[in-house]
Write a protein of this length. Structure first.
Length: 378
């Protein structure tokens, strides 16, 4: 009986092996097409597109410009930013620019943006320095850094983080969107040979530069840009610090005074920013925020390059009109620099936010000084 079981088991094993061999032979003899039919089919890799986020809805952001959009650079770069953003977003994100005063007076714009009544403002941040003097340091700094150094501090020296923190207290997100070259030192009806010529001089100066001028004896007059030309032309004031040569020429200052001074110690470079309501900014998609950043980065490139060319052209025209172009005597610049140091000490003592930002900027400039001295021609 045991022998019969063993034989039967052996026969079963042989049969299985023969069956497997036969099946393999059958498959090898089949054509590729036949094998494809007879063999189990593996699922093909999926070619369906990956599920992505739905496209962002079209957004039109209401922007109040603090300067006329027709003004060279300070306004025209706002138009450039709007046009570039419309193109890069294929019309899905737009800046609707509004001229000064149409949505609110300039002095109210910070509060209107913070409240969400306006989506954003196009402005140099010194416009709001009455609310917090730290805003001076994110627009133009007397005896401050030229454009390259200023941008380096913002991007890699902690400046942007300080700027973000300063504006976050007002519910605003700042994005630097244009950088201007140096301003002029001002227009004078008579020549300036030393600091004594500044004593009692009635001069239109705005911003923190006015505080510097006061300390060297200037009789500072505050007035809007539209009134400055007529006041200087009529002799109501004797001097005026206004803007870049190209902008000064546009306003006709060559017809109001015969002496034009440089350098613009009060504005070696100047930042113009888009100031967004923080909730509006956070409500944009990551792609939309990236588009705004890309556009503003390109605006900075364009404003720097075009700004240099525009000043060259403007100076040639101004000189042809018979204006005498001067540089300030060294003793005058030295007195102004010392005066600026006094203003910094006073403001640092009065405002911890100013002190913090100033210390950061000054520290960066100290660390940069060796490279500036070694790498660049004097």
């Amino acid at each position: 009986m045991a022998r019969l079981v063993a034989v039967a088991g052996l026969a079963l094993v042989v049969g299985l092996l023969l069956g497997i061999g036969w099946t393999s032979l059958q498959r090898s003899a089949q054509s590729p097409e036949a094998r494809a039919v007879s063999e189990p089919q593996q699922p093909a890799p999926s070619t369906a597109p990956a599920i992505s986020e739905p496209p962002s809805p079209r957004r039109v952001l209401t922007v109040a410009s603090s300067v006329p959009t027709t003004a060279p650079q300070i306004g025209s770069m706002a138009v450039a930013a709007a046009e570039k953003l419309a193109r890069i977003s294929d019309g899905m994100l737009e800046l609707q620019l509004n001229e000064p005063g149409t949505l609110a007076p300039n002095q109210e714009l910070l509060d209107r943006v913070a409240a969400g009544e306006i989506d954003a403002v196009w402005a140099s941040t010194h416009l709001f320095a009455a609310r917090d003097s730290v805003f001076w340091l994110f627009s133009a700094v007397p005896f401050g850094p030229p454009a390259g150094e200023y941008l380096a501090w913002l991007a890699y020296g902690g400046g942007q983080e300080l700027m973000d923190t300063s504006f976050a207290r007002f519910g605003i997100k700042p994005v630097v969107c244009t950088v201007l070259p140096p301003a002029s030192g001002g227009w004078f009806r008579r020549e300036i040979t030393d600091t004594a010529d500044l004593k009692g001089l009635k001069m239109r100066v705005m911003g923190i530069g006015a505080r510097v001028m006061e300390r060297v004896g200037v009789d500072v007059v505050s007035m809007g840009g539209g009134d400055t030309f007529y006041a200087l032309q009529s002799g109501a004031i004797e001097a005026a610090a206004f803007s870049l040569p190209a902008i000064d020429l546009r306003f006709g200052f060559d017809k109001a005074a015969g002496h034009y001074y440089f350098p613009g110690w009060q504005q070696q470079s100047s930042l113009i920013s888009l100031l967004f309501n923080a909730r509006v900014w956070e409500g944009l998609s990551e792609a939309q925020r990236g588009q705004i950043g890309t556009v503003c980065g390109d605006n900075i490139r364009e404003s720097l390059a075009d700004g240099e060319v525009q000043q060259v052209k403007a100076l040639k025209t101004i000189r042809k009109k018979g204006v005498a172009i001067h540089t300030f005597p060294p003793p005058v610049l030295q007195a102004l620099r010392q005066s600026w140091g006094q203003v910094v000490r006073e403001e640092s003592a009065a405002n911890p936010e100013f002190s913090k930002a100033w210390d950061a900027l000054a520290g960066f400039r100290d660390s940069y000084a060796e490279w500036r001295g070694l790498g660049y021609l004097p």
